[in-house]
Every structure is written in structure tokens, then in C-alpha cells.
Design a protein around this ligand. Structure first.
Ligand SMILES: *Cc1c(COP(=O)(O)O)cnc(C)c1O
Length: 275
């Protein structure tokens, strides 16, 4: 931890009532995941975008000791990463812009970027990560920084407005990451999916986006000559994480069910009570 980071974490006051509320909501989500997963290990990314750093600290602390948090905006993630403990594993899940890929990849405890949808962005992330690794001084530091995990985001609902590659183009992008981006590790695939499809699914009718992501993952695995298990599925959010887990998701990204409704972006503050 940098001295600056240590100092600011110590100065941050977590409101005990708020902390209790967050721990309860978080624990309820983890029990629901465990009930749906029947013993399989599923990663929970607590989506903390637009929420203050103290909310994250409350879940990082005992008794939950959570490490995986998801953010959507580079500026906000950078601020939080410099304020909060370096053992946090950050996930970038928002829409990626090519010009922001290199600074993003240089955040040392950025664990995974879930929204890679073009060769250009993969190359920019790879370049940034390569630079970070090369400026690490000792071998120990180099090993600690390591490769940056990425998911390829798939547009499973074919909506014009959604980012993500078309399923038919996904294997090519995955192959590029594996073969031509030595500082990246292809961890799997991700989808957001259409809200309407999420709402239309029931216990009997499976979510079409989740089926599409699973099928696309299977095709990519075959094209790349790897096992399905080597490519994880990131699908499921507040409204549909249990059905996603039932359908084989390895990672769910849950925000509002844990943290409550988000404020408008212009009103969001990393440090409460500031400017
Ligand atoms: C905001 C966001 C989430 C979390 O959404 P909730 O509905 O609040 O759980 C998950 N995934 C992505 C990509 C997001 O942008």
C-alpha cells in the first residue's frame, strides 16, 4: 500500500449502519448464488460504480472480506484504486474507449477487463499492460503485476445499441488475443443481454442471451482447440443472476441488489462530503 493510500483508508469513516445494511444485502446475494450453483464456484463481482469508496471499504472489511469490485468509468476507477487497499481486484465492466485502454491497463491491481470488443482495443490494452510490466523493477513486482485477464464481450441480443462483437466474429477476436497479445490472458466471454429477454425468462423458459453466450463460448473453444472449461462465462446481473448461475455462469456482476439504487452520474461522489 502506498503511504497515501494507507492514510486515506485510515481516514475514511465507514458509517456502521450503512456497513450493516451492505453486509446483509451482500450476504443475501451470496446465499442465493450458493443455492443456485449447487457447489460450483461462482465469482461475485460487486458492481460499485457511482457508489462512494466507503461502501467498498465496508465490504472489503470483515466479516465479508470481499475483493472483487466492478467499475464502469476510468476516472472513477483510478480514483478509487488510489484511495483503497491495493489487494482489491478491480474489474472494468463498462464500455471501453480505445484511447482509454492504455491508462486503464496500467492500474496495477486491475484484475479483469470484461468489455473487450475489438482488435484495436485488445491491442491498446496489451500495449498498456506490456508497458506496466516492463517498468516494474524487480522480478517479484513483474510477477505480481502479471498478465491482464480479459473477457470478450458478445452482443448476444443483436441490438444496435449494445456494444460487443457479433457472435460470428468472436472466435477471430479471441484468437487474436491469445496469439498476438502476450500481456493479456483470455479468461472468457461476457454478455449484458436485453432486459426484455431477462424479464421474459421463467423457470421453464431459459434466457435466450444466456443460451447464446454459452453456445458462442462452445464454438470459440472448438475453434481455438481448448476445452470449454478454459473459457468462463460472465453473465447475470441484479435481475437475473440466479438463472444465469443455473445456466452455468462462472461470474455474476451484481450492483443495485447489493448497493441500492445508483445516483445520477453527475451527482456521484467517490469521497462523500467532498466538492
Ligand atoms: C451496472 C452493470 C452491472 C450491474 O447492474 P445491476 O443491475 O445494478 O446489478 C452489471 N454489468 C454491467 C456491464 C454493468 O454496466
Amino acid at each position: 500500500m502506498t503511504e497515501e493510500g494507507a492514510k486515506s483508508t485510515a481516514e475514511m469513516q465507514v458509517n456502521p449502519t450503512r456497513a450493516k445494511q451492505l453486509v446483509e444485502a451482500f450476504s443475501s446475494v451470496t446465499s442465493r448464488i450458493n443455492a443456485a450453483s449447487r457447489g460450483k464456484n461462482v465469482r461475485l463481482v460487486a458492481v460499485s460504480k457511482l457508489k462512494p469508496a466507503t461502501d467498498i471499504l465496508a465490504l472489503y472489511n470483515n466479516p465479508t472480506s470481499h475483493l472483487h469490485f466492478g467499475e464502469n468509468y476510468l476516472q472513477e476507477l483510478s480514483e478509487k484504486a488510489s484511495l483503497l487497499p491495493p489487494s482489491i481486484k478491480w474489474h472494468f465492466i463498462g464500455a471501453l474507449q480505445t484511447n482509454k485502454c492504455s491508462p486503464l491497463a496500467q492500474i496495477p491491481n486491475l484484475h479483469l477487463v470484461s468489455s473487450v470488443d475489438s482488435i484495436k482495443k485488445a491491442d491498446a490494452l496489451n500495449k498498456g499492460r506490456t508497458q506496466l510490466i516492463s517498468t516494474s523493477k524487480t522480478d517479484e513486482e513483474k510477477a505480481e503485476v502479471g498478465k491482464l485477464n480479459v473477457h470478450v464481450q458478445i452482443n448476444t441480443s443483436s441490438e444496435e445499441s449494445k456494444s460487443g462483437v457479433e457472435p460470428s466474429e468472436a472466435a477471430e477476436l479471441c484468437r487474436h488475443i491469445r496469439d498476438d497479445c502476450p500481456s493479456l490472458h483470455l479468461a472468457g466471454v461476457m454478455t449484458i443481454g436485453a432486459l426484455a429477454r431477462s424479464q421474459a425468462s421463467t423457470a421453464e423458459v431459459e434466457n435466450e442471451d444466456f443460451i447464446k453466450l454459452r453456445d458462442t463460448r462452445d464454438q470459440i473453444a472448438e475453434a481455438l482447440g481448448v476445452t470449454k472449461e478454459e473459457l468462463e462465462l460472465s453473465m447475470g446481473m441484479s435481475e437475473d443472476f440466479e438463472s444465469a448461475v443455473t445456466m452455468g455462469s462462472d461470474e455474476v456482476r451484481v450492483g443495485s441488489t447489493i448497493f441500492g439504487e445508483r445516483p445520477p452520474r453527475k451527482e456521484a461522489k467517490v469521497v462523500e462530503g467532498s466538492g
